[in-house]
Design a binder for this molecule. Structure first.
Ligand code: COA
Length: 254
């Protein structure tokens, strides 16, 4: 298990918890219904900081109505902990990472977009079932999000089922997130070096979404990881870390 250290911050009076691996200017943002632990293999081997978003993990609850609200907390945490960073986000976290990079550019040296998209529509049956039959909805998400059943699969399942309401809120925010036309029309421009990572078998945020980024982000590199689905940082940690580490070395001129 992780050797990461826990740090507590107060942002607008709320306790926000961050896990810290070895010192490195990388800031990780987890996906819907998850928490900083999702990045434990990266914290251990590559280093950096991983936030528990408000209402997740050991962070306090806060009123969150949009991806922008999460982006605010993340930008504040980055400013206080490491001034600026390579920002890595997965799925919902990838939407937050895009918004931090666009709205708080002073905090962002590079971007790592993992299993995410410029638009993140969610299957209506998932959103409906999370309210009525959470187990059914969670199993559907996991079936689309994992390459096969594993210990990691069971851990994530347990986490999701602990708080289906938060998972529902997060997925509703994803469903409303849409920068697709802004990228197409040039209203959104990501200027920093960007690494795009996706699992070949990802059915929640398919390779097509990653290719869209690759086309619209000028200074970007796309890595498609075989035998992996949505939870690629857990499923293929070694390959993931190797791609992340070389990218970070270059961006941080180490
Ligand atoms: N990047 C590039 N293209 C995208 C995109 C993205 N992030 N998001 C959507 N698109 C494309 C789609 O591929 C589609 O293109 P097409 O018309 O050429 O087939 C078009 O935009 C419209 O797609 P979408 O907005 O997703 O609406 P839809 O009504 O076609 O489909 C869903 C809705 C929910 C069925 C679909 O989004 C889906 O299967 N999502 C993945 C499953 C899921 O729940 N993921 C959770 C993500 S957090």
């Amino acid at each position: 298990m992780t050797m990461a250290e826990r740090i507590s911050l107060k942002i607008d009076g709320k306790k926000i918890s961050v896990l810290k691996g070895k010192e490195r200017k990388i800031f990780y943002i987890h996906s819907s219904g998850s928490d900083a632990e999702q990045w434990r293999y990266q914290l251990e081997e590559v280093g950096g900081y991983a936030i528990d978003l408000p209402n997740h993990g050991e962070s306090e609850s806060a009123e969150i109505n949009s991806i922008d609200d999460y982006a605010y907390y993340v930008s504040e945490a980055i400013k206080r902990l490491c001034d600026k960073a390579v920002i890595a986000g997965h799925s919902l976290g990838g939407a937050v990472a895009q918004k931090v990079c666009l709205d708080y550019p002073e905090t962002c040296i590079g971007l790592v977009l993992v299993g995410t998209g410029a638009r993140l529509r969610v299957l209506p049956e998932i959103l409906e079932n999370l309210r009525k039959e959470p187990e059914k909805a969670v199993d559907r998400i996991l079936e689309m999000g994992f390459h096969g059943k594993s210990q990691e699969y069971e851990r994530v399942r347990e986490k999701y089922l602990k708080n289906p309401d938060i998972l529902h809120l997060d997925l509703s925010l994803c469903d409303r997130f849409d920068l697709l036309d802004d990228y197409r029309g040039g209203k959104v421009r990501i200027e920093v070096p960007t690494l795009i990572i996706v699992g070949r078998e990802d059915r929640l945020t398919p390779v097509k979404y990653a290719e869209f980024f690759s086309k619209h982000i000028p200074n970007s590199e796309l890595v498609v990881i075989e035998n992996a689905s949505h939870m690629v940082m857990l499923e293929r940690a070694e390959m993931f870390n190797s791609a992340l580490d070389s990218f970070v070395r270059e961006v941080l001129s180490e």
